[in-house]
Write a protein of this length. Structure first.
Length: 486
């Protein structure tokens, strides 16, 4: 049987993609109402719940001679105080100072000899607020499962019920030796294919179902191959990057985006891509780039995590290549174009093809996986990453203090100077922009152009931002449908 503590092929690929200039951790900036908790109070609260996420006490062990993917092992020297950091902002503690701090924290790679996460308590925000900066390596968690972990580590009410204590006190298991790791990897490689073969013989008893699955997978792989042959156009967002980051954000309203998609058709994600394309196009024209007829390509991660897998660590994601018609200045026409293209992409099975390749990668020798990951990083298959993660639609708390805003961060791959992560939370739809420090020194200008593109799209769709009502909820009047004729 395969070792459940061994990284999957996809999880391992995020280690291979990591460079001095490209850090593969996902992160977030969470802003809370104050006052900030005592540092040791926060550490104790996290320690009391670590038994719910045992991977957070584990680190990686690497197989000698690269003869197998790494495995998770208990860290015998685990200290929560190392992972939970404490700092404060200089006065006046504005969002500008918080963004600068987040950029510096997110620029630092995680230490692979320790559990791959950090949490920074940030005091000194204006209006009596505080913030938490979180970092977790992509090999440990993807965006969707990360949302579930947040609901475990945080509370869902100001006065939560006590967390059930662990069945027993945690004690680290002995570390495996190098020869043990090598022997286990070689034994697994020799025996697991036999289990796979038995599974294949079992499913062959249903030939029609097998034919349908094989046909769908082949169509998806063909769509992926075709998308890969059509490389992304040159752009100011595709340059050599360094290790330093800028981080900024744009606040959004989920009801407003729902009203946009109700008016124009399509999905909330189509509306998000339309706003992103509008902001990028305006930014490019502002810097003298010709956008006439230019369609950038966005890599859009898609969760393939089943409902029964929610809360499990590790990655269950595939990818689609989405068009960003930055040269189309009319927001309605831009959304109609994206809507048609996305419908075609979904029908083509690109995400299915990506999932098939992901599953096949689990059987590739680690050295081949490493080279494939590096090759993919060098190719210009996409211009930017745009990921939209559904978050909890109810308030979260820590120590009775409400989470006010949540801004996600997506890592940058080599030669990709911009990543845009979007997360919904309690009626909000907030955009986190991660940029290379040198390639995009005016990231705030890009954020302003994105903000303006959202407002322009909402006005065109007659979808104003929801107004607060009793209880703090937001409502939006139904927008009138817009004709979809060409």
């Amino acid at each position: 049987m395969p070792n459940p503590d061994r990284l999957t092929g996809l999880d391992s690929s995020f280690l291979h993609l990591e460079r001095d200039s490209a850090h593969m951790h996902v992160a977030g900036c969470s802003v809370f109402e104050g006052p900030a908790p005592d540092y040791w109070e926060l550490v104790d609260a996290i320690v009391s719940r670590l038994h719910l996420v045992p991977r957070y006490r584990q680190r990686l062990a690497f197989v000698p001679l690269e003869q197998g993917r790494p495995v998770w092992v208990d860290d015998p020297h685990f200290k929560a105080a190392y992972h939970v950091r404490h700092t404060a902002l200089p006065r006046p503690g504005s969002d500008r100072e918080l963004k600068r701090l987040a950029g510096r924290v997110f620029s630092q790679a995680l230490d692979r000899s320790r559990p791959l996460w950090e949490l920074w308590l940030v005091e000194g925000l204006a209006d009596g607020r505080f913030a938490l900066l979180s970092k977790t390596h992509h090999a440990l968690v993807d965006g969707v499962s990360g949302v579930d972990i947040a609901t475990v580590l945080f509370d869902t009410s100001r006065d939560p019920a006590p967390v059930a204590p662990p069945d027993h006190e945690w004690a680290p298991r002995p570390l495996p030796t190098g020869p043990q790791l090598l022997a286990d990897a070689l034994l697994e490689r020799a025996t697991v294919p036999a289990e796979i073969a038995r599974g294949v013989r079992a499913v062959l008893r249903g030939p029609r179902q097998v034919a349908d699955r094989v046909g769908t997978a082949l169509v998806g792989l063909g769509a992926m191959a075709w998308a890969g042959l059509n490389t992304a156009p040159p752009s100011p967002f595709n340059v050599r990057i360094g290790p330093h980051r800028r981080f900024t954000w744009v606040n959004g309203d989920l009801n407003q985006f729902k009203a946009i998609k109700n008016a124009l058709g399509g999905t909330v994600n189509d509306a998000v891509l339309t706003a992103v394309a509008g902001g990028l196009g305006s930014y490019m024209r502002l810097h003298g780039h010709d956008t006439d007829g230019v369609v950038l390509k966005a890599m859009v991660p898609v969760s393939v995590r089943a409902d029964v897998e929610r809360g499990a660590l590790g990655n269950r994601v595939a990818a689609m290549w989405a068009p960003l018609p930055v040269g189309v200045t009319d927001p309605i026409q831009r959304m109609l174009m994206i809507r048609r293209e996305m419908d075609g992409i979904k029908e083509s099975g690109q995400a299915v093809g990506a999932q098939v390749l992901t599953e096949l990668s689990g059987f590739a020798p680690p050295t081949i996986m490493a080279q494939a990951a590096r090759l993919q990083a060098r190719q210009r298959l996409f211009n930017v990453v745009v990921t939209n993660v559904p978050g909890p639609q109810f308030p979260l708390y820590i120590g009775g203090r409400e989470l006010l805003r949540l801004y996600p961060m997506v890592p940058l791959a080599e030669n990709t100077a911009l990543g845009i992560a979007i997360m919904s939370y309690n009626g909000q739809l907030n955009f986190g922009l991660t940029a290379d420090y040198d390639a995009l020194p005016d990231a705030e200008t890009l954020a302003e152009e994105l903000r303006a593109a959202i407002e322009e799209l909402a006005a065109a769709a007659n979808a104003p931002e929801g107004e607060p009502v009793d209880g703090g909820e937001k409502v939006v009047e139904a927008a009138q449908p817009v004709p979809t004729a060409e």
